[in-house]
Design a protein around this ligand. Structure first.
Ligand code: NDP
Ligand code: MG
Length: 396
């Protein structure tokens, strides 16, 4: 029985992960799960999957959940607060810890998991964007193993030769003849919207993604292509890839999840339905292949595949994230934090859609970007950027 800990168990990736686990109850057991405040969903998880431990970031929610577990005689410890989430992530009982928490909140828990030397199923791209170098130094130090869940990075991982799959964070791409990483993206719901209409886009419009069904933050990020920008940074750390080797390609049908181009002219692609259960199953079962519940892609039904280069006037966030990637970890932490604050403000209708990129640009411009490395410096840069973003928003 392989013990799994699932951080962010009540979200979109968390729910898809549970769907895959449900298909393999003889092989996997959910050791522990964490969420922020979704008590009802956590109770349902406790009933069905019988985990040993649960943690809720929100302390009141933890108290409610603890009482309900007691009332139902569920033999399950409930921890609370950030410490509780970090404790279950790092208790060393799981063979694999999946980090599907959204945003910067996933960083400390996943680093605690890394220290146990387990497998890390990594969906939480923001953690890597903030700490890439430190994260992989820790992975090496504690002999942990990273299995990407972000669909593009899972695709790239699957296209890479075994020697590179085993050295994530330190890949020698040149040695294996890798010339380019082709990171694909759908282009989001506003790929063809006239540019002058973008200012007036509402949260409801931006939340309706044409292909993927995901949590609210990443859905907005997908529409601005900040998501692809964060993925660019994520890929640069995961595959030790210099910026100029990563090419971004818009592929609206989202059947090709990304590609790797080699120096002899060969290009490997990973294809499939746009369904996160496939990359989740790849991570959970690695090196074995698992049933995921996803049907095979029908090429005749899928029809035409098309590709177009991204237009930076339409997607200024993408341009900013690529620029931040070149500046280093101080800048990637900064843009990630500024974007989190801006997206939250946009969802609350405090700023307009195109203001998201304006906030990020202004925060990047107004803050200093030293080449930060340790956790303290990372969280310092994160909080400076958040404060600056709030001020910028206040002045709109
Ligand atoms: P959701 O918003 O759907 O879910 C977020 C999860 O994180 C919820 O379980 C939430 O709990 C939990 N959470 C939030 N804050 C905390 C905290 N402080 N401590 C513990 N748990 C917390 O997000 P998604 O599932 O869409 O995305 C999760 C991550 O995966 C993101 O980093 C995203 O970029 C990445 N990703 C997502 C994809 C997708 O298809 N959705 C694809 C590729 C990557 P609660 O329900 O209680 O609020
Ligand atoms: Mg992705």
């Amino acid at each position: 029985m392989k013990e799994i800990t699932l951080l962010g168990a009540t979200g979109s990736i968390g729910t898809s992960s549970l769907q895959v686990l449900r298909l393999h109850q003889d092989e996997f057991h959910l050791h522990a799960a964490a969420a922020c405040s979704s008590v009802d969903k956590m109770l349902a998880i406790a009933r069905e999957f019988k985990p040993h431990r649960l943690a809720m970031f929100d302390k009141d929610s933890a108290k409610k959940l603890r009482q309900q577990c007691l009332d139902e005689n569920l033999d399950c410890e409930v921890l609370e607060g950030e410490e509780g989430v970090i404790e279950i992530a790092g208790d060393g009982e799981a063979a694999q810890v999946i980090d599907a928490i959204v945003g910067a909140a996933g960083l400390k828990p996943v680093l605690a998991a890394v220290k146990t030397g387990c497998e890390i199923g990594l969906a939480n791209k923001e953690a890597l964007v903030m700490s890439g170098r430190l994260f992989f130094d820790e992975v090496k130090k504690y002999n942990a193993k990273v299995l990407p869940i972000d669909s593009e990075h899972s695709a790239i991982f699957q296209c890479l030769p075994g020697g590179l799959q085993r050295t994530l964070g330190f890949c020698d791409l040149e040695k294996y003849g890798v010339k380019n990483i082709l990171l694909t993206g759908s282009g989001g719901p506003f790929r063809t919207t006239p540019l002058d209409e973008l200012e007036n886009v509402t949260a409801a419009q931006a939340l309706a993604h044409p292909v993927w069904s995901m949590g609210p933050k990443i859905t907005i990020d997908s529409s601005t292509m900040m998501n692809k920008g964060l993925e660019f940074i994520e890929a640069s750390y995961l595959f030790n890839a210099p910026g100029e080797t990563i090419k971004i390609l818009i592929h609206p049908q989202s059947f090709i999840h990304s590609m790797v181009a080699f120096k002899d002219g060969a290009i490997m692609a990973q294809l499939g339905q746009p369904d996160m259960r496939t990359p989740i199953a790849r991570a959970l079962g690695y090196p074995e292949r698992l049933e995921s519940g996803v049907n095979l892609l029908d090429f005749v039904q899928a029809g035409q595949f098309s590709f177009v280069a991204p237009d930076f006037n339409r997607y200024p966030c993408l341009k900013l994230a690529i620029a931040a990637s070149k500046m280093g970890q101080g800048a990637t932490t900064t843009i990630n934090a500024a974007n989190e604050v801006a997206v939250e403000a946009f969802l609350k209708a405090q700023i307009g859609y195109m203001d998201i990129s304006r906030v990020c640009a202004e925060v990047l411009e107004k803050t200093k970007h030293d080449n930060i490395y340790n956790l303290e410096e990372i969280f310092q840069a994160d909080s400076v950027a958040r404060e600056c973003a709030r001020k910028v928003i206040g002045n709109f």
